[in-house]
Ligand binder design. Structure first.
Ligand code: AMP
Ligand code: GLY
Length: 427
């Protein structure tokens, strides 16, 4: 079986690594893996292609010529640009939604409209085609203001602020870009990411995960793509996933179908869970979360390729009643970032890696590059993901930080409090 993974980050490295573990002896890749474009971490698992993740034409051509059995799309940009549509048109199985489905992430306004139609709980909101009109309306919203730009913004299109001046600046910024905005009520609670595998009809949730989105310890500083993650999330009620299925996933799948959208791939629900157990959707993504994937997939006790292919082929019925099987362990991922992230990350720093890492630990490459002299240098804001597995959250944390401490590059930094349970929730 030939599998092409599209993307170049830690999420795609985790996907490739997990696929390489599917069957057979450890480290013996049972599938032929290709990555477009991949990174030095993935080069150890398969062939990295000189094709950018957004080059739909080249990706389709390669998949057709190479007779790829399954394309797994990591990032949102190619999905929003119609990669899945192009591959499906050529009869190639693809895990990732069609362009119309990817709008659930690409357009905050579309996501809100769908949630209203499907009666999915979410913050009350108002959409403004002209963001400048929102400036006058700001006083109608209570503090803090939540302003969301339409369009893909790599986690940076959302402003949550107590300051009217900052809110106005965000609205002017959106107006200058010609983007419409959604202004919505602030939600209180603990954030939980539920990623569900979808086959057009069914949505089967994976283990709940938590992403630490703010740059600095104690959730201070700017929002980032995510500075670390844990799975599963402690202290959730045992009925949590059933509630998410009934209130969020099933209605969304019905809403997609009602619009003629055959949604196959991951539907990622970013949820705010209140102390009383009520849930609200903060956002949807049309893909695996990063860095949630790095903690969810190592715990999966199933053949991953079978699930991805079944979803792509529209038939996850084999797991409909049982759900997916999971290890009883905990996983923690710590993102090692480069100097200047998230504003202006520095690239090109030489890196040193440990010669070996302990068992139950993993190191995924997220923003690295191989130089012509075969050395690896930093190549982005989020550089590496150090992952630990353990029987307890604490043990998993210790393992993850053990790995994080063993890599070095100039300016490397990471949060020290990944795994701290921020908001206790009712059990
Ligand atoms: P989003 O890109 O929509 O996930 O927003 C980024 C982050 O902003 C979320 O992970 C939350 O931490 C925060 N956020 C977004 N919307 C709200 C809201 N309505 N209330 C509180 N926090 C929010
Ligand atoms: N971890 C947040 C995201 O993938 O969007």
């Amino acid at each position: 079986m030939k599998i092409l993974v599209v993307g170049s980050g830690g999420r795609e490295h985790a996907l490739g690594w997990r696929l390489s573990q599917d069957v057979g002896a450890p480290n013996a890749t049972p599938y032929q893996l290709f990555f477009a474009p991949g990174n030095p971490g993935m080069a150890a698992l398969g062939q990295c292609l000189d094709i950018e993740a957004t080059n739909i034409f080249a990706l389709s051509l390669f998949a057709e010529k190479e007779k790829i059995d399954l394309v797994v799309v990591g990032p949102e940009a190619p999905l929003a640009a119609g990669l899945a549509d192009a591959l499906q048109a050529k009869g190639i199985a693809v895990f990732g939604p069609v362009q119309a489905g990817a709008q659930v992430e690409a357009s905050k306004a579309f996501a809100k409209t769908l949630m209203m139609e499907a009666r999915v709980p979410t913050a009350a909101y108002q959409q403004f085609k002209n963001p400048l009109e929102a400036i006058e309306a700001l006083d109608k919203f209570s503090l803090p203001y939540v302003i969301k730009e339409d369009g893909l913004a790599a986690g940076k299109g959302v402003t949550v602020t107590e300051s009217k001046a900052t809110a106005v600046a965000a609205l002017k910024h959106a107006a200058a870009k010609g983007a419409s905005v959604v202004v919505e009520d602030f939600l209180v609670g603990g954030e939980v990411s539920v990623l569900a595998m979808c086959d057009g009809t069914r949505a089967i949730p994976m283990l709940p995960a938590r992403d630490y989105k703010r740059a600095y310890d104690c959730n201070q500083g700017p929002n980032t793509g995510g500075m670390g993650s844990i799975a599963p999330v402690p202290n959730l009620p045992c009925t949590f996933l059933k509630q998410v299925q009934e209130q969020v996933l099933a209605p969304m799948m019905r809403a997609f179908r009602a619009r003629g959208i055959d949604y196959r791939g991951v539907l990622y629900a970013g949820l705010m869970v209140q102390d009383n157990g009520d849930i609200n959707v903060v956002e949807f993504n049309a893909r695996f979360g990063d860095p949630e994937t790095q903690v969810v997939l190592p715990l999966l006790n199933e053949n991953l390729a079978s699930i991805l292919l079944a979803a792509a082929q529209g038939d996850l019925s084999g797991w409909e009643n049982t759900g997916f099987a999971w290890k009883t362990q905990h996983a923690v991922s710590v993102v090692i970032a480069s100097e200047g992230y998230p504003d202006s990350p520095r690239k090109g720093d030489g890196m040193t890696f440990p010669s070996a890492i302990s068992s139950d630990s993993l190191l995924f490459h997220a923003g690295t590059r191989l130089m012509p002299n075969q050395t690896v240098v930093t190549d982005g804001g989020r550089v590496l993901n150090a992952v630990g597995l353990g029987d307890t959250l604490e043990e998993a944390c210790n393992k993850a930080y053990g790995v994080a401490n063993s890599v070095a590059f100039n300016g490397a930094w990471y949060r020290r409090d990944i795994g701290a349970v921020e908001t206790p929730m009712v059990v």
